[in-house]
Unconditional design. Structure first.
Length: 270
């Protein structure tokens, strides 16, 4: 039996993946192949390279100052933030390694702005694949490769179950970071219990975008159903905030402990 782990996108919420992986490792639940979208691709590549402990150390130490220092603000590359410093940080850990050289089979999912197609990156330079998979449109520059213009895979495949299956997984554990829409809407002020929300344009837009991501995740998971889906309750944390690793890792652990019975049942099924 080949066990696949499909890690969904969610920007700063991706630190919850670390908590999920910690529990799977503590419980000796095997991970044979890994796929990831956006931040899930970065965490997934660290799993495949066996450097998840290094990533956890970095995540727990991220400060607002460090977040701001990663930005290279400007509009010349089709984005608000340049990708040079982010690439250098990734190179510090992966160097020029290729996906084929990782310890586990791995795939990152991106989207092609030319065709609108989902693109699975399962070979070639690791850092290029991670940059492409996590290039949030308008925020980070697209990655041009051959005849493709690649951006964040979350806009076409928020939880990459199919990519894990394509790597040969017989059973798949998926982690959906978009599932707690109710928590996110309450954080944005859309809570009927507390009366009519203030109709701020930005909050309304963010709620609509979050709902679209949740709906796309649910549709994809229904079309290609994983064996186990872990949904951390993290909607109360802003996706743009990368400084909440301690809480997110703890919530990722809790969500995984809550699903251990289902995971054990999956492992016992033929």
């Amino acid at each position: 039996m080949t066990i696949g782990l499909a890690l969904g996108g969610g920007a700063g919420l991706g630190w919850a993946h670390i908590g999920v992986i910690n529990v799977l490792q503590e419980e000796d639940i095997p991970i044979d192949v890994v796929s990831g979208t956006s931040i899930g691709s970065i965490v997934g590549a660290c799993v495949a390279a066996d450097i998840i402990d290094e990533l956890e150390t970095i995540a727990r130490e991220v400060t607002l100052k460090e977040m701001l220092s990663m930005g290279e603000f400007g509009f010349s590359q089709g984005s608000l933030i340049g990708g040079g410093r982010i690439e250098r940080r990734l190179r510090d850990h992966f160097g020029t390694a290729t996906i084929e050289e990782l310890q586990l089979p791995f795939a990152a999912v991106a989207a092609d702005l030319y065709s609108g197609e989902r693109i699975v990156l399962d070979a070639g330079d690791v850092v290029t694949a991670l940059r492409a998979s996590s290039a949030i449109p308008g925020m980070l520059p697209p990655v041009e490769t051959q005849h493709l213009l690649l951006v964040d895979g979350g806009i076409v495949d928020p939880v990459p179950v199919a990519a894990a299956r394509e790597l040969g997984a017989d059973k798949i554990i998926a982690v959906d970071l978009q599932g707690d829409y109710e928590g996110r809407s309450r954080r944005l002020g859309f809570d009927p219990i507390n009366g009519k929300p203030a109709m701020a344009a930005l909050k309304t837009a963010r709620a609509g975008w979050s709902l679209a991501l949740k709906s796309l995740s649910q549709a994809n998971l229904a079309a290609d159903r994983p064996d186990v889906t872990i949904v951390p309750r993290i909607g109360h944390i802003d996706m743009a905030d990368f400084t909440q690793a301690d809480e997110l890792i703890a919530l990722g652990k809790k969500a995984t402990y809550d699903m251990l019975t289902e995971i054990e049942c999956m492992l016992q099924r033929d």
